[in-house]
Every structure is written in C-alpha cells, then in structure tokens.
Design a protein around this ligand. Structure first.
Ligand code: CA
Length: 236
C-alpha cells in the first residue's frame, strides 16, 4: 500500500513466463498489484497507459533491448526501474546515466530479495520526493532544485538520472559532512547493500561527468564523499 492507502502496481517485464509468474506471485504476496509484459513494446505501452509505481525490467527481451526500453521510459517518466541482469552484463552501463535504472538484481535472485528491493525503492522515492518539494540549494555555479528535480549549471539545465539526482542532493543537503558509501547506499537507495559500493562510485562518476567543473562532490579517500560547506572560489 502507498501512503494514500491505494495498492501500488508493479509492471513486470520478462518474456520467460515461468520467471514472470514467479515474480508476480511474490509481489502479490507482498501486497502489490502486478501487471506483466512479455516484450519491450508491450512494456512501453503498459508503462504509458497503466502508470505503474515501479517497473521490474529484464534486460534480455525478444524484441527490444531492456536498456532501450529503460531509456525510452526515462524520456517521459521518472518511475523507478529495477533491472534484472545476467551475471556478465555491464552493470556500470545499466545503472549509469544513459540508462537511468534505479537498481539492479543479478539472476538468479531470491524472490524475497526482489520484493524487499521493490519496497525499499518505493519507500525511498515517494516520500523523499514529496518532502523536498520547495527546497533548492545553490553551490557555486550549480543550482539544484529538489522540487522541480532540476540541476542547472550557470542557468543551463543538466539531465541527471533519478539516483544521480538523489545522490547529489543527499550530499548537498549535508554540506561539510563526509558520507560513507554505505550511508549513501542506505539513504539514496534505501537499504544496506553490503559490499557493493560500486553503485555509489558509478553514480558519482556520472554526476561528475555531467556537471564537469561545477560538480561539488569531493572524494574523501578511504571514507566516502562530501560536498564542501563553501564552494571553491571561481578562478579570477
Ligand atoms: Ca528474459
């Protein structure tokens, strides 16, 4: 149930029926409404018409690549996406900027883990996006507006994937403090993802690439990341 008491619906995109129905069964047991799409085209159609709360998206689909599906969904929506991947897929690419998935699970996975991830992603995204409605933070050339979910460098909008935005905001909102990778995982992704700090590093790398010189994130060796309390002065 969401905070307003309605059942939340998860769109499961997976062409292998046995896996799709297995996932659907566990999600229903977890209290979610479930819709299933067996192809990329069907997924895009259902994402647009059914407006699910979250999408579980398999990377291997018969018609479109899961990456293309995710990218196309992202063009019009910031619905959370949990990607299902094979062991040898390029995770950096999946959770990185171009694709914009919120999280991923490697097959084979424990279905209870999947339900736990879905719940934590939803817990993490919905209330925080509401809570931040009117806040904006300026830092040097960077202006980040949490309500509009916009990042601007010298007035120019920079497109960030949802988790990149959340990560940047979390650090800006705690200016002057060092946050460890584990803390960032917990606060931005909403669960303790023991050991896999790559997720944080990949997102930081993408934010840096996109914001360039205006990126305020500093690496604190052996600890984590921070944003300084004061922006560094512009070169004269
Ligand atoms: Ca598949």
């Amino acid at each position: 149930m969401s905070q307003d008491g309605r059942t939340q619906t998860v769109l499961v995109v997976e062409d292998e029926e046995s896996i799709a129905s297995f996932i659907a069964m566990y999600l229903r047991k977890g209290g979610f409404g479930v819709s299933v799409a067996g192809s990329g085209e069907e997924a895009l159609a259902k994402a647009a018409t059914e407006r699910p709360s979250l999408i579980v998206l398999d990377l291997g689909l018969p018609d479109l690549d899961g990456i293309d599906v995710c990218r196309r969904i992202r063009q019009g929506s910031d619905v959370p996406v949990l990607m299902l991947t094979a062991r040898d897929d390029d995770v950096d690419k999946i959770i990185g900027l171009e694709v914009g998935a919120d999280d991923y699970l490697t097959k084979p996975f424990n279905p209870r883990e999947l339900v736990a991830r879905v719940k934590s992603i939803l817990r993490r995204t919905a209330p925080s996006r509401r809570r931040l409605e009117t806040q904006a933070i300026a830092h040097g050339d960077l202006l980040v507006d949490a309500g509009r979910r916009e990042a601007r460098v010298r007035g120019e909008e920079v497109q960030l994937a949802p988790k990149e935005f959340d990560l940047l905001w979390e650090l800006l909102d705690h200016r002057g403090l060092v946050l460890t990778r584990d803390q960032l995982l917990e606060r931005v992704w909403g669960y303790t993802f023991a050991g896999d700090t790559r997720t944080v590093d990949v997102h930081v790398r993408q934010v840096r690439r996109k914001l360039g010189e205006a990126c305020p994130i500093v690496t604190v060796w052996g600890v984590g990341y921070k944003v300084s309390s004061e922006p560094k002065p512009a070169p004269a």
